[in-house]
Design a protein. Structure first.
Ligand SMILES: [Zn+2]
Length: 245
């Protein structure tokens, strides 16, 4: 296949990821993207080419070009070396959905029910076709059980810390969105691979959290619990590693 075509497909996927990451957290349906500063509707040219609002001059975030660059790079890499069991074209819907979940969790610390619902259907189909229904269902159940355990463990730890400090702590390190994300990814990778995905996610999460903590302490910006990282990007990293192991 032509590299130019693959690069263009990467650009289109990146633009769709940017679009959904802009509208999904703020509106119930598919709407026109609006300027975050003055709420004017973007023209197609301003949104896709100039990255700037022509009304007030506000610029789109650096995320827009970054996602496009990454998306083109990933599109080319997937062509050269597609993930296990998948072709280039079969990888694109997964790339698109995981890209949207990745960006939204990074920016909003949230995994939306809308993206999880789409992922439930999409990954169930992929899992059943590629791995068989038994492996796919067990993968989802495994993902659910393991992350639910960590979810309740997180609540218990928060309660204990709250008792020791004599105040209520409402933040939990591990949310229900992470539980649903691990469940739908279980369909995609199956049992027992989902265990590997979660282990990789937790280890890389801990490593990056540790480094972030050190940097925050050194720069004196540290305040307890305020700087927890989103977990879904690490789950997605786990899926990528499992696919290429
Ligand atoms: Zn504006």
């Amino acid at each position: 296949m032509d590299y130019l075509l693959v690069a263009v497909i990467g650009l289109i996927i990146g633009a769709i990821i940017n679009y959904f990451a802009d509208i999904l957290p703020n509106s119930p349906g598919l709407t026109h993207p609006t300027c975050p500063e003055c709420q004017t509707k973007f023209t197609l040219k301003d949104y896709l080419l100039r990255y700037q609002c022509s009304q007030c001059g506000a610029r789109l975030s650096l995320r827009h070009p970054l996602v496009l660059i990454c998306s083109v790079g990933i599109s080319v890499l997937v062509l050269i070396d597609p993930p296990a069991l998948l072709s280039y074209w079969a990888t694109l819907p997964i790339l698109l959905l995981l890209g949207i979940i990745f960006v939204i969790d990074l920016e909003h610390y949230a995994i939306l029910v809308k993206t999880t619902a789409v992922g439930f259907v999409l990954f169930l189909i992929y899992g059943v076709v590629l791995l068989g229904w038994k492996k796919a269902l067990l993968g989802a159940l495994g993902g659910l059980a393991i992350t639910l355990f960590f979810y309740f463990l997180g609540i218990a730890v928060s309660k204990v810390v709250g008792l020791i400090r004599h105040k209520k702590i409402s933040e939990v390190a591990f949310g229900l969105g992470d539980v649903t994300a691990a469940t739908i990814l279980g369909f995609l990778v199956g049992w027992p691979s989902i265990v590997g995905v979660i282990v990789i996610a937790i280890v890389s999460f801990a490593l990056v959290s540790f480094v972030t903590l050190i940097v925050l302490i050194l720069t004196k910006k540290y305040s307890a619990f305020a700087n927890a990282l989103p977990f879904a990007p690490f789950l997605i990293l786990g899926v990528v590693v499992i696919y290429y192991l």
